[in-house]
Design a protein around this ligand. Structure first.
Ligand code: ADP
Length: 324
């Protein structure tokens, strides 16, 4: 099977700044592949290399088995791209802009663009310049999806969209994949990709440090749980339970238990309900928490991690960082 996107040992320098330090990625046709990393990790740089807006310092990129530089307009027509930073012509309305793009693509997508605009409640008669950030993002999404491309390369697609529109975006992404498309999308927030992505690569400091199924990643990240009981509880009842980590009982009141829960919640819930529970709080952990885990316990993280070949000075080998 020819990958939709494949990068091998991708290195990119901006002058003296090394933005990518050997990125290996393989996105298969039909996948929704999340590209997750904090700001400055190298997501946009990788995406611009995929789109042939930049050329690599070293390493290779292929899209549908073709180097983007060699693929030209024919390859480009198979891709829908949402840039991280949108820039539009100043005086044009959204409608004229989308019509112009459709004309460039041989007339493809005019009707679909109108449908998508309707779906995202986007007023096409407004000048692009006057649109809010969220509305500009909608135009960006419409222009990426309107020609029903085989591959969607989306740089932070849900940034600036309210929760309702994020849901609409996810529905659109699922429909596109059901219709045979492949989606490669970046984000700095795990929560934004987990509802839509299958596999996820995590990039940090220009290197892919983890590739995993998003559900496994979520299970690994776990939840911060707080339980308050009517009466004092003993830590030993909870500390050794499967899936329960870092359990602690607040010494001030003796009846507030906090822990990190990974995996099946039943053992913890079973133990908790032997007491009268007066408060229950569970908070999904985020991307930064996963990084903290890498530093704290490299072995456990490594056990479920596919690390691409690279110099041994990867993030996992560095000294622990303090929590931000
Ligand atoms: P992300 O998309 O993950 O936020 P970027 O790919 O934009 O990360 O940036 C990766 C690194 O490259 C950062 O250190 C950033 O400051 C640097 N960088 C990005 N674009 C440029 C540029 N045009 N010139 C110089 N440095 C850049």
């Amino acid at each position: 099977m020819i990958p939709a996107v494949e990068t091998c040992g991708l290195v990119k320098d901006y002058g003296r700044t090394r933005a990518l330090r050997g990125v290996d990625l393989r996105v298969l046709p039909g996948e929704v592949f999340g590209f997750l990393g904090p700001n400055g990790a190298g997501k946009s740089t990788t995406i611009r290399l995929i789109m042939d807006l930049l050329r690599p310092t070293a390493g290779t990129v292929e899209v549908f088995g073709v180097a983007p530089a060699a693929g030209g307009p024919r390859l480009r027509a198979r891709i829908g791209y949402l840039p991280g930073e949108l820039s539009f012509p100043a005086r044009t309305t959204a409608r004229d802009h989308l019509r112009y793009l459709a004309a460039l693509r041989g007339g493809r997508g005019v009707e679909r663009a109108a449908e998508l605009a309707e779906r995202f409640s986007l007023d096409l008669s407004r000048p692009l310049r006057s649109l809010s950030k969220g509305n500009k993002q909608k135009v960006g999404l419409v222009q990426a999806f309107m020609h029903e491309p085989e591959l969607l390369v989306l740089d932070e697609p849900t940034g600036g969209l309210d929760p309702l529109l994020q849901r609409e975006f996810r529905a659109l992404a699922r429909e596109s994949v059901a219709g045979g498309a492949t989606i490669f999308l970046s984000s700095h927030v795990l929560g934004e990709v987990e509802e839509v992505a299958g596999r996820v690569a995590i990039i940090r400091d220009g290197r892919v440090v983890d590739v995993d199924d998003v559900r496994a990643l979520r299970a690994r990240a776990g939840q911060e749980v707080l339980l308050r009981f009517a009466d004092p509880v003993a830590l030993q009842e909870f500390a050794g339970l499967p899936g329960v980590h870092d359990a602690a009982v607040d010494p001030a009141d003796g009846r507030t238990l906090t822990c990190l829960l990974r995996g099946d919640p039943m053992p913890l819930l079973g133990a908790a309900t032997r007491h009268r529970v007066v408060r229950w709080q569970a908070q999904d952990r985020e991307l930064e928490d996963l990084f903290i885990d890498f530093y704290r316990d490299p072995e456990r993280s490594a056990a479920t991690t596919a690390v691409p070949p690279g110099p041994p000075a990867g993030p996992r080998h560095r000294a622990p960082e303090t929590r931000r």
